[in-house]
Design a protein. Structure first.
Length: 289
């Protein structure tokens, strides 16, 4: 399980319910047009933390039904309610997802021992391959190399989605745990992550620039650093523009320009204004050029 994995967007209807036809279109676009290696379902990009358990299970089912075995599938099941996370994990395993992933418990300032107990229980109860989702900027939970090593030693834990910018730590972790997988979670740093030993990347912008990301990763593997640097520069131009508008709604609007029904945002996210849509359409032209 390596390479470029899209953090999948979730299309919604205006009333906040899942837009099934749109979900299927986004899945197919990522597989057939972006040519990514996998899909990360139910993460922050997918607005899962605004969804109830029933909708999250329904999303897992729709994506698996559409994707089949075409690409690797990772189900993000993290929740502050451990019982809900366990039920989601069991549902994803039953659907034959390749792995589970769980965001570090957030909001409350949990101690490391509490976080470790969370992952230990979740990995044991689901009894399925587990990828730790570490995102210190959002959760406030930062781990030392020793703590990461303890988490990686837990039964069923196979790796980390590493959404951090400490590349020195990543390089040391990869040297210590060559049998584990490490995914970059920072799209505009794909190149330095690849050089530092990541096994691939999981990112939201791959919904629209997945081919560039895959080409960049392959260029690094082939030691073509000139090409990799150029691709990272092109990707970052897109990413910088997305960030000025709002990454998720902008990507949804751009997908619509490529005739993919990406639906609406889920409240409390807002829809783009007319001016913002016009700016997003400039990004569409940039990608198409």
């Amino acid at each position: 399980m390596k390479g470029i994995i899209t953090a999948l967007l979730t299309p919604f209807n205006k009333d906040g319910t899942l837009h099934e036809a749109g979900i299927r279109e986004v899945v197919r676009y990522n597989i057939d047009e972006m040519n990514v290696n996998g899909l990360y379902v139910g993460g922050s990009t997918g607005e899962s933390f605004l969804m109830d358990e029933c909708a999250r299970k329904q999303l897992l089912h729709i994506v698996k039904d559409e994707a089949g075995d075409d690409v690797s599938l990772i189900a993000q099941i993290g929740s502050l309610d451990i019982d809900e996370a366990e039920r989601l994990g069991k549902a994803a395993k039953k659907l034959d997802y390749d792995a589970l992933s769980a965001i570090t418990p957030y909001y409350y300032k949990f101690s490391y021992s509490e976080i470790k107990a969370y992952y230990e229980r979740l990995a044991a109860v689901t009894d399925h391959a587990m990828i730790i989702y570490s995102n210190p900027a959002f959760t406030g939970a930062q781990f030392s190399i020793k703590e990461y090593s303890e988490l990686l030693a837990l039964p069923n834990v196979i790796g980390v989605k590493y959404t951090d910018t400490d590349l020195s730590k990543l390089s040391k972790l990869k040297n210590l745990h060559r049998d584990k997988v490490f995914f970059s979670g920072v799209d505009d740093m794909l190149l330095p992550f690849a050089v530092s030993g990541s096994d691939g990347a999981i990112g939201s912008t791959y919904n629209i620039i997945g081919r560039k990301a895959k080409a960049l990763y392959e260029a690094v593997q082939n030691s073509n650093m000139t090409k990799a640097q150029q691709l990272q520069s092109e990707m970052n131009e897109v990413i910088e523009q997305l960030e000025t508008i709002g990454v998720y709604p902008a990507i949804k609007h751009i997908l619509k320009q490529f005739h993919v029904d990406a639906g609406f945002m889920k409240f409390t996210f807002k829809e783009l204004t007319a001016d913002e849509r016009a700016e997003a359409e400039k990004i569409t032209e940039m990608i198409s050029a």
